[in-house]
Write a protein that binds this ligand. Structure first.
Ligand code: ATP
Ligand code: MG
Length: 387
């Protein structure tokens, strides 16, 4: 029986030595002063030191130990509590500096190690320190972190550039909306100057002009508010009378209509009121009428005419704006709602119809379509009675 037990013990030690020599971990036995008592094959292989050269030496004589204090603290804890302690490569990087062959994309020069400290039960002042190579794991983590940071930056850049694109578009749209009223102010001022030269200026003309200029300036400042609000939703809708709206559109366009000798015919079923965003609808209508006026400038039609026809349908109102200015070339028909598509060499931003579509469909919940033939162009708008 006694012999059997000895044999058993012997076998166990044998096995342990065997394991220690082949295991794919660094294992060393230390006391709480960091003196080395055992140094396994793995350690010898990776540090290129023989066991005989290290036994009896202190760990910190042999290697610079960046985490010496942590190591001693962990050993003390393991010994006093008689429980294993650990620290990980992700926090502590490494215990023993072991240079690694640089693998592609590797971020580390030294092997990243997890460290486990196990108190040896029978010999109170000794611990086994076990090193596990965690370089691949640490590397993957670090690369993932880097990638995440890159994505975050890319997202931020994307956000910033889309914001500035929206801003640029808004500025273009405001500029677009301002062109007509500004030219109206210009005309009014020029008119006053001429009348003054010719000594035809009387108070009535001055008053009229000033009133018109004031109204126009009000409209200009509204435009800015509208666009600002448009980018911030929740602007209030109001009751809008369609006849009044077309009356207002005329205010901005009547000089040009007269100059170009364009007949403007508006037929509206009496008293149509809808609940919508007024200035945005007005801007859209002015844009469409302005396109017809522009088209007449380039055609030599005799009987120039713009006809507006508004009628109530069951669920929406239908608004048609027709001109006989010669129409749109077939190959362009599908592009007219694209932003920045324009056939006008000067003065065309190509934002007019794009804006109309965005405003009418996305904000006013309506629909806009355009048809054209060699005679002219028809724009049809459907609007709900209530947004
Ligand atoms: N009534 C129309 N008659 C003929 N062509 C038109 C008419 N309406 C639009 N188009 C064509 O559609 C194009 C796009 O119109 P849109 O209003 O978007 O831009 P634009 O008028 O060229 O520029 P902007 O509106 O800045 O003055 C015009 O360039 C023109 O070729
Ligand atoms: Mg236009």
């Amino acid at each position: 029986m006694a012999q059997n037990k000895t044999k058993h013990n012997f076998r166990r030690i044998d096995l342990d030595k065997n394991i220690l020599s082949v295991i794919n971990n660094g294992i060393l036995i230390l006391d709480n002063k960091l003196q080395i008592y055992s140094f396994n094959k793995w350690m010898q292989l990776h540090t290129k030191l023989k066991e005989n050269d290290v036994i009896g030496k202190k760990l910190d004589e042999l290697f610079p130990l960046p985490n010496k204090r942590t190591l001693i603290r962990k050993i003390e804890t393991a010994l006093t509590m008689q429980t294993p302690t650990y620290y990980t490569a992700s926090v502590s990087h490494y215990l023993i500096p072991i240079k690694i062959n640089q693998i592609e994309n590797s971020l580390f020069e030294y092997m990243q190690q997890d460290v486990s400290i196990i108190p040896l039960a029978n010999k109170k002042q000794f611990v086994a320190v076990i090193l596990t190579d965690q370089t691949i794991m640490a590397n993957t983590n670090a690369l993932l972190k880097k990638e995440k940071e890159k994505n975050r930056l890319q997202y931020k850049q994307l956000l910033a550039s889309s914001r500035s694109a929206a801003m640029g578009e808004m500025i273009s749209m405001i500029a677009h909306q301002w062109r007509q009223p500004l030219s109206l102010i210009n005309t009014l001022i020029a008119n006053i100057k001429i009348k003054k030269e010719l000594q035809l200026l009387d108070e009535e003309i001055i008053d009229n002009s000033i009133n018109k200029i004031e109204d126009t300036v009000k409209f200009l400042s509204h435009t800015i508010d509208d666009f600002r609000d448009y980018f911030k939703p929740n602007k209030v809708a109001t009751n809008v009378n369609i006849s009044n709206l077309f009356g207002q559109s005329l205010f901005f366009l009547k000089n040009e209509l007269k100059q170009l000798n364009i007949e403007y015919d508006v037929q509206i079923e009496k008293d149509i009121d809808i609940y919508t965003y007024k200035n945005e609808l007005l801007q859209s209508i002015i844009n469409i009428l302005k396109n017809s006026i522009d088209a007449f400038k380039e055609s030599n039609k005799k009987n120039k005419k713009i006809s507006v026809f508004v009628q109530k349908e069951k669920k929406y109102i239908l608004l048609e704006i027709d001109d006989n200015a010669g129409g749109i070339a077939k190959e362009n028909i599908n592009k007219v709602f694209d932003p920045y598509f324009s056939t006008k060499s000067k003065n065309g931003t190509g934002l007019g119809l794009y804006m109309c579509k965005t405003i009418l469909e996305e904000h006013l919940h309506g629909k806009i379509s355009l048809t054209s033939n060699t005679n002219g162009t028809k724009v049809a708008i459907q609007l709900p009675y209530k947004v």
